[in-house]
Structures are given as C-alpha cells and as structure tokens.
Design a binder for this molecule. Sequence first.
Ligand code: AMP
Length: 462
Amino acid sequence: MGNLIWHDLGRFISITASVYAVWSSFFGFYYRKFFWDFVGGTLRDPGGIQPAPGAAVFITLIVKAPIIQILAMILGMMIVALEYSLPLVKGLALYRSFVVRIVLLFFQSFLCILYYQVNSTMLASEIISKIPVSYDNGLASGSLFFFPSTVNIHNELGVDFEIRLCPALQKKPRLPTPHFNGGADEPVSEPLANVDPFTPPYDPGLLVGELISEEISQQYVVLMNKYSVVPRHFLLITKEYQSQTSPLMPDDLLQAYALLVAGKKAGKNMFAFYNCGDLSGASQPHKHLQFIETEDDGPPIESLAGSISLESPGKPFSIERLPWANHVFRFPSNLPSSPVHKREPILADAFISLLDLVISTVRYDPTYPAGLPSYNVILTLEHMHLIPRRFENHTIDSTGDDLSVNSMGFAGMLLVKSERELEAVKTEGLGKILRSVALQSVHDIQVAGSTRDIDGDATSML
Ligand code: AMP
C-alpha cells in the first residue's frame, strides 16, 4: 500500500514537471534566452551581458533557432504520455521501466535548465530605460543595421529642415510599398503575411519588450528599428495584427504619449509618427508607430507650431505659412502630468477632430482616389499634427529621381542618398516637394464652417 502511494506521488510530480516543461518551452519559443550566458560573459554598460564565445553553440540552439525548446517540448509530451498514461504506451516494456523514466527525467531537467523565458512585459519607463541597451545589443548581434549620415540644415518657410545625407542607403533595397487591405484588421494576403516582421517570433536582437499598462487593454510590443538612420529609432507595434490603414485608437495614442512622457522624464526629447495608408510612405502593413529622439525640444516643425498664438485654444488650427494642408492640435500644458483617465479623452478627441478635417480636406480634391484616405501623424508632448497625403513620392525636376516622403518629411527631416540628390532637393525647395505629395489647404473654408459634405459625415470613411 505504502509503495503504491509513493508510486502515485512520483507519477504526479513527474506529470506536473513535464506539463510545466511543455508550457515553459512554448514561451521559450517567443522569449529566447540562454540561461547561463553570464558564465564567462562580459557585462557591458551599455550593452548588458555579452555571452562568452564558448556559448555560441547554445546561442545558436536556443536564441537563433529554438531547437532546445522543441526538444524539451517533445520530451515533456513523451513523459506525460508515459505517466498519464496513454493506452498505446501501457502495452510497451518501457512503460514498466524505472530506468527509462529516470533517463527521460534527467534529460528533461538538463534541457529545461538551459533556457529561460525572459519576462519582457514592461511599463513605458522601463521600455525607455532599456532602449539604449537594446540598440547596442541589436548592433552587436548583427540584427540591427545602422546607416551613418550627415545632417544638413536648410532653412525654408521658417523651418530649419534637417536633410540627412546617407550614402549607405543606396545599397539598401527599397521595399515595395504594400497595398494594404481596405482597412480590415485582418492579416494581409498570404505572401505579405509570410514576411510580416512584426509578428512573433520576434528577432531577440530587436525585441525590447512588451509594453503593459494597468489602464490599457490593448497589447503592444516594442522593437528596435532594424534599419536605423537615427540611433535608437524604435517601433511600437500592436501585438495582434491590425492594419496600418486603420486610424489610431485611444489606446495607441495613450501608449505613444506615455512613451514620450517617460522619455522626457529620462532626459530624452522624442517624437512619435504614424504613416497611415497607401500614400503615406509606409512600407509595412502591420500597425506600427515610430519613435525618434531629437536634440531640440521636438522635430523641426515643432518650433513653428509652438510659435503660433491661438485665438481659440482647444480647437484644431493650421500652420498657414506652410503651403500644404496641415491640421494641428495643441494639448493643454498639463497633459504630460495628467493621469491616464484625463489624458484619454483629450488625445482621442484631438485625433478625431483632426481626422475629420483630413477627410474634409480630401473631399475637396476631386481627383483623390476612392477608399480610405492616407495621412501622416506627428505626435509630440505639445502637439498632434495630421497631414493628408495625395502621393507617396515626389519626382525631382532636375534629376527625375523619385523621393519617398513619410511623416518624417513633414516633421522637417528628409533623407537623401547622394550629394547630387541633396543639391537637387535644396534647389527644388522643401515647400514645393512637400506640397506636391500633400494637398492644398482648405483651412479658411473649414474655419468658415462651410465644410463640403459629400457623402454624409466624415466618420463614414473610416
Ligand atoms: P514604414 O516604412 O513607415 O512602414 O516603417 C517601417 C519601419 O520598420 C521602417 O523604419 C523599417 O526600417 C522598419 N523595419 C523593416 N523591417 C523590420 C524588421 N524586420 N524589424 C524591425 N524593423 C523593421
């Protein structure tokens, strides 16, 4: 009788351990880490633990491909089948063998102590503090490519435009602009879905962590930008697939703003941007916002926005000096210190009112293609800017080259690949270039309240 109880207790312990091994190996697929990387490793600041060269085989078998995790999962399932036990197994000689059990359990523990599931859920402040280390790790592991550039300041329209000359980009193949699904939050068609880099498993050399917040239900992942021209450029991605044509939701805005606030507290000025739709300059169909650090208080366009004195605070306005349609909202000055429940209606209402204006602007252009409008969003701690887009590229008159423009262009930061292109852009003028890919402002008509309503209310286009 006593033996029977010990026997059953042993069985239950073995089943529990094996179920846990299966469960942990499953998480180990997504969050891959070799547990013993600190043995002989070097601790760098910044950079974190750099594993010893002797650990390369484990990095390959655990981090690059989850081979050990797969073996642990198979072994765990085999032990559960043996101990539970499946009728198929009951007839076998190994079912009655203690030695087989001991060997299997020994291997199971050996495999499971090799890997570790990094708990990567973090608050905005933790994400921000991890960005420099993640950037250095990404570079060191070869997952992240940095393209050095030189900044040329070009003053036009009262804005100190930053034109980055980045010759190394000539070698980077340009991704074709995807044609997004018509706003449906369903994964894109098969060929594109297969190459969506923003779905798991994430490249461990680029993953910063999962962003969580007690008040926000939508889940997000933060990844370093694989191809960085500006150091520490990172992306906020919806964990579940959502389309890049869909408007920003209150949760998207709250998390983006929380990251900007956390950045400011850590002494970093950042801005966020979102390229929405076919003509916005986006290259990935999975919803992602991007974050860039700036030396000044914000991107070049911010000082112009900040210099405007508002007759009606709390209402959208337009920077009339700019020759393209732009819709801007200034946040109350206490927004960065406000609690989430107070921030949410302000951010959400600002976005909806600007989006209404974008849709109304688009409707004044009879040639605008049918379907969802494209626009760029620039978010700083002080302002939200929405710029409706008509074309993705501008063809430079003197060279005939196509220049792709996204939110960064409207933030006042443009990228060129050669000296020749730099000179051509300066000669052509940023005003002309940006106007040609955007729309004509109809702000005066909109202010006068005579916004033309063609197909009912604006939200019907969403
Ligand atoms: P957009 O072109 O606006 O859609 O932004 C997509 C961003 O994702 C670009 O800045 C790319 O450099 C970046 N990117 C492309 N592939 C990857 C990847 N596999 N992992 C992380 N970032 C990526």
